[in-house]
Design a binder for this molecule. Structure first.
Ligand code: MN
Length: 232
């Protein structure tokens, strides 16, 4: 079997403490998963069912520990926002996964940024159009190494935070998720058959805001360290 041209390389994220890389299949993202962020975006924080959007796997931007990765400011936007998020990496697939067993499907956790062209998203919302150009652009998904559950355990609580140029912008606790990781996996697996290699960006807490070229974002989640990304 031959291809008409060389296929694109497999998207992959390094696994902390290992020479192995986690091959990425799909990137799912949860919308409005913290009450105070739902409120700041103008929505009723009552527990509505979770909703999802996706980014292409090749939108990942790997942020190596101890380095500052460069995030190129995307074209066609004047209002690019950071959203600091915990990422759950799926190591075992399934559909209709019961919530009690959902965490058995998690391979590990990573730091993530759901970078967003907020102006294009606002226009899409107003016009009832898809979010892809707002959410799925190139380099829109910075991610740190994946920390296996075998090393760091399950992450159910702990601070999640982000600073821009040293000033704190986001601080919450991952226990504040409206739909915790297990619930999110269970619900998502009723919509899609999850497979090993899927990533889930689990939503951002309050405090989202715009960045401009030159800004340095630092973010972290207790238990899996911190990372740094400069807007280029
Ligand atoms: Mn998000």
């Amino acid at each position: 079997m031959t291809y008409a041209f060389d296929p694109a390389p497999q998207a992959a994220v390094p696994v902390a403490g290992s020479a192995a890389r986690f091959p990425v299949r799909r990137i799912y993202c949860v919308g409005r998963n913290y009450e105070a962020h739902a409120r700041e975006m103008g929505h009723d924080p009552d527990r509505e069912p979770p909703f999802f959007f996706a980014k292409p796997a090749d939108a990942l931007l790997y942020v190596a520990p101890g380095t500052t990765a460069e995030f190129p400011y995307p074209a066609r936007s004047q209002n690019v926002h950071f959203e600091m998020e915990l990422v759950a990496a799926i190591g075992k697939g399934g559909k209709n996964i019961p919530v009690e067993r959902a965490l058995d499907h998690v391979f590990g956790y990573a730091l993530g940024l759901d970078m967003t062209r907020r102006d294009l998203q606002a226009e899409a919302k107003k016009l009832g159009r898809p979010w892809d150009t707002a959410k799925g652009f190139d380099h829109s998904a910075p991610i740190g190494p994946i920390h296996p559950v075998a090393q760091v355990g399950q992450l159910a609580s702990g601070a999640i935070w982000l600073t821009v140029n040293g000033e704190e912008k986001q601080r919450s606790d991952i226990s504040q998720m409206i739909w915790p990781v297990a619930d999110t996996i269970a619900f998502l697996s009723t919509l899609f058959e999850l497979k090993a290699g899927d990533l889930i960006y689990t939503g951002t807490p309050e405090g989202v805001g715009a960045v401009k070229p030159g800004d340095v974002m630092k973010g972290g989640v207790d238990g899996i360290g911190e990372f740094a990304v400069r807007v280029a």
